[in-house]
Design a protein around this ligand. Structure first.
Ligand code: ADP
Length: 713
């Protein structure tokens, strides 16, 4: 029995030894397995950890000496959940949800799943055996799949969103906000680009937050205030590379002229890491750009997402621009349509009034039973109506000349005070002024001029025309009070002004009245007649004279019109100008013959009168057919003055046929059309030159003398 007992004991011991050895072997094995394997006691304290665990969590032997628990290997946020998991597993529950974020001694975080079973000793639960799986790779793949989906959703949403903006500013803000959402830890700058002026404007900026003040100090002013002139090389880069370009730093994003130090300082203040840029363009036109700088090195920029988004942004900005241009064109077309109708209605009214007068009076004149005084009165009234018709036509001519860039400015030095005196006496005799002063109310006309009679180099005739317009208006729109005009020398400019105490101009019309056909009251029932052209002509002339015009007005109290022209000192004028030729040139064309082709009797008489002094022989015919015959029958004809608007055969046709037989005969065209294309047509037909109607005497002399052949001996 004893031996039996002994044997049993022996066997038991052997078994225990074997078991211990097995356990030892198991421990060695587990500790060598390349997995995170841990054992704990019932409180969660670690009693064993595989080598891999010690390596991953970076604790070394501290793992035991620090009395670490399982939940100490998990980030704080997940810790309660981990403790709960531990308690429940010890109690025998099976927990399925078991994803946590583990944290190493140095703070590195990674996602894990935890799997645990209870450990027993002598039938008692002594702790948990735990395996942790690092699921970084799986998570990454998952996130990638998710973010792909998210990106597609983001892009399709943004594409739709881009269509909804009515304001360009909103587009830029949306671009900026979206980019800072895609790349949260970054500085985002979105700028617009104005192709016409080569200017970029910052429209959105984010990511500077608390450092704004320091950035402003470094730059000298808020970044939004920077107007950046985009250097050609950037523009080309932004245009050609439709990808997110990597830059070396902020200095790559601006022009070379920027001082380097503040930029480097900003990079430091904001802890900037990587720099990117991309242009927003469409069809070879740049509308803006994105500058992006990440603030930590672990911020990854999803290049493709940003690229696709910015590409969309380019299209959106292009669309907006096209839309704005269309809208502008539409408004302009509507406005010009409206103006044309108003102008036509107004013109026909303005033309009819004097014309009716002329026709009515002329009919009265035909009656034989009128006395001499009535007759003279009628004639006087006819002349007045004719004059107002003429001045209207002159206005229209001037507007078209300015528009067609045919208005010529003739500079010459003159004394301004002489011009002022002349204007003053002209207006004292002005019919409207005289008429207004016949009633109870009176208008006082004043002229203010400095004592020194300054010499101005400008076009005195045009200046006179402008001042006549302004003073005429001032008298027209004033019932009672004063009209005052004058000038002052202001540094390098002469400032002219015309001030009245009349009806004034509403604020919203003050700029508009300088446009063609614009009148404050444009209804036909209005009190004041006028074409609405005077101020447009004045502004056109002042532009040509290199000056500016504007008005200050108080509704009901009066208006002051100001305009400037450049002033040069007398010595400058003397140095640039040769003395004027005093004596006029007289032409002697005795023995020459000119053929005038003109169907209008009055015009032909005017030209004949102009040429009388030159002793040239003038043959006059009134149509193209006769012109051809006359040239054939009169080989002595030296030059032809050909009206282009002829009945039956046009002047162009006649010229072509005439030149077939006499290719050397100079033909000078004359037409009432001021447009340059008409001139081209005349030249194409073979004319040597062109004279506009109404014919200017000097021009006529000059051109004839230029083309008349050498004197025959
Ligand atoms: P017009 O006088 O032939 O109508 P203008 O171009 O000279 O054309 O002037 C345009 C409009 O500007 C006028 O119809 C009038 O409404 C306003 N205006 C011009 N001058 C004055 C003024 N001195 N006071 C008040 N309104 C003025």
């Amino acid at each position: 029995d004893i031996t039996d007992m002994h044997e049993k004991e022996e066997a038991q011991k052997k078994m225990e030894i074997t078991a211990k050895a097995a356990e030892e072997k198991y421990k060695i094995l587990t500790s060598l397995l390349p997995e995170i394997i841990i054992e704990t006691d019932t409180t969660g304290r670690l009693t064993f950890a595989s080598l891999r665990t010690i390596e991953v969590f970076e604790y070394g032997s501290d793992l035991y000496t620090n009395n670490l628990c399982l939940h100490d290997l998990i980030i704080r946020k997940d810790r309660e959940r981990c403790k709960d998991f531990f308690k429940k597993t010890i109690a025998g529950e099976v927990i399925l949800e078991s994803e946590y974020t583990a944290i190493t001694k140095s703070g590195y975080k990674f996602p894990v799943t935890i799997h645990a079973t209870r450990m027993y000793s002598d039938g008692e639960v002594v702790g948990l055996s735990v395996v942790m799986f690092d699921i970084t790779k799986e998570k990454h793949a998952e996130r990638k799949a998710l973010s792909y989906q998210e990106n597609m959703l983001f892009l399709s949403n943004s594409a739709l969103k881009f269509l909804t903006f009515s304001d360009e500013d909103d587009i830029f803000i949306f671009i900026g906000k979206s980019i800072s959402k895609i790349v949260p830890k970054s500085v985002v700058i979105v700028f617009s680009y104005d192709q016409g002026n080569n200017i970029s404007n910052i429209r959105y900026i984010s990511g500077i937050h608390s450092q704004t003040q320091r950035v402003i100090t470094a730059l000298g002013k808020p970044p939004e205030d920077f107007l950046i002139e985009l250097p050609r090389k950037f523009k080309n880069k932004y245009l050609s590379k439709k990808i997110l370009m990597r830059l070396n730093g902020l200095e790559d994003a601006v022009d070379e002229n920027w001082p380097k130090e503040p930029l480097e300082e900003i990079q430091k203040i904001l802890h900037l890491h990587d720099y990117f840029a991309m242009g927003m363009s469409r069809r070879g036109k740049l509308y803006g750009g994105l500058l992006l700088a990440t603030k930590t090195d672990d911020e990854t920029v999803e290049t493709q997402l940003v690229e696709t988004f910015i590409y969309q942004a380019g299209i959106a900005l292009h669309r907006k621009q096209v839309e704005t241009e269309l809208m502008r064109a539409k408004l302009a077309a509507e406005e010009s349509d409206r103006l044309k109708s108003a102008f036509l209605a107004n013109m026909s009214h303005e033309v009819r009034t004097p014309l009716n007068g002329i026709l009515g009076l002329a009919q009265l004149l035909l009656k034989t039973d009128i006395d001499k005084t009535t007759h003279d009165d009628y004639v006087k009234m006819i002349v007045e109506s004719g004059n107002s018709l003429l001045s209207l036509i002159e206005d229209i001519m001037d507007v078209s000349k300015i528009e067609a860039k045919q208005m010529k400015i003739k500079y010459k030095p003159f004394k301004i005070n002489d011009l002022m005196d002349q204007l003053f006496s002209v207006f004292l005799a002005n019919p409207l002024y005289v008429q207004k002063n016949e009633g109870k109310q009176r208008i006082e006309l004043k002229c203010n001029k400095p004592v020194e009679n300054l010499t101005l180099l400008s076009d005195p005739e045009r200046l006179q025309q402008i001042l006549i317009n302004l003073i005429g208006n001032a008298i027209k729109f004033t019932q009672d009070g004063t009209v005052e005009f004058g000038y002052e020398l202001k540094k390098d400019k002469i400032l002219f002004y015309v001030k009245d105490s009349g009806i004034g101009i509403p604020k919203d019309k003050a700029e508009k009245i300088f446009e063609r056909f614009i009148q404050v009251d444009s209804t036909l029932a209005r009190k004041f007649s006028g074409s609405g052209l005077g101020l447009a002509i004045s502004k056109g002339l002042i532009d040509l004279l290199d000056g500016e015009i504007w008005v200050e007005s108080d509704l009901g109290k009066g208006s002051t019109f100001f305009f400037t022209v450049p002033y040069y000192t007398t010595s400058f004028i003397e140095s640039t100008l040769q003395p004027e030729k005093e004596s006029p040139v007289y032409y002697d064309w005795e023995g020459y013959t000119l053929l005038m082709v003109e169907d209008d009797k009055i015009n032909s008489r005017v030209v004949e009168a102009m040429l009388r002094n030159t002793k040239i022989k003038v043959i006059h015919v009134d149509n193209g057919k006769k012109a051809i015959e006359t040239v054939r029958d009169h080989p002595e004809i030296d030059i032809v003055l050909m009206d282009m608007h002829l009945p039956e055969l046009s002047g162009l046709e006649a010229t072509r046929i005439i030149l077939k037989n006499r290719a050397d005969l100079p033909v000078i065209a004359q037409t009432a059309n001021a447009m340059s294309e008409d001139k081209d047509r005349c030249i194409d037909a073979g004319c040597v030159d062109y004279i506009g109607k109404p014919i200017n005497m000097d021009d006529l002399y000059f051109k004839i003398s230029r083309y008349l052949p050498e004197r025959k001996s």
